[in-house]
Design a protein around this ligand. Sequence first.
Ligand SMILES: [Zn+2]
Length: 220
Amino acid sequence: MDSVVISSGHAKYVSGAIGILNEVTEARKVVPQVAKYLKELVITVYEFHDDTSKTQKDNINTIVKYHNSKKRDLDVSVHFNSGTKVTGGVEVLYCTDAQKTIATKVSSAISNSLGIRDRGAKKRNDLGFLNGTKQPAILIEVCFVDVKENADAYHKNFDACCRAIAETITNKKLPTKATSNDDGKRYRLYTGTFATKVSATAFKEKVEKEFDITLQIREE
Ligand SMILES: [Zn+2]
């Protein structure tokens, strides 16, 4: 997996589902955040949002055309579900059986990150995006726009959800997130001077092993 095209569902002028969440608005937040994490995982990412189409047909064609214009290994479309399903949850749609595994994994990862029901991978042969894109493709339905527990969970765990998508698609791990104590500043630790290089080296090795960091010895 070297490259991904990821786009938001629907378009600026072609509304998606609207409930507690607005599908288009939220998909346009998830896509750049997932793209950011994919880039951190050294993946080539092409991100697309349809700002021009006025009809559903144009919209699908525009999105599919963009995806097919890029050299990539996977196509991803980000949507939100609706239908007032009382229990809500995440599902990931696919149309060729080879994508069932990745769809299942992405659905499970989002479910875990949001703490919502895992509705799992769903095979669909009637979706323009999945049928039109030429590379392996998945369509993510992050959660239900009209289920309050889903919307709350999504707002609370937005970043974790985006990380989970990026990690699962690539089967790679992002560095552990900085803790909430991170104030944006950085702090240097001075240890004092040592009488001999031997004792400085011994200290260095002990601390490096304990904290999994690299220290440098500087002659005074
Ligand atoms: Zn949609």
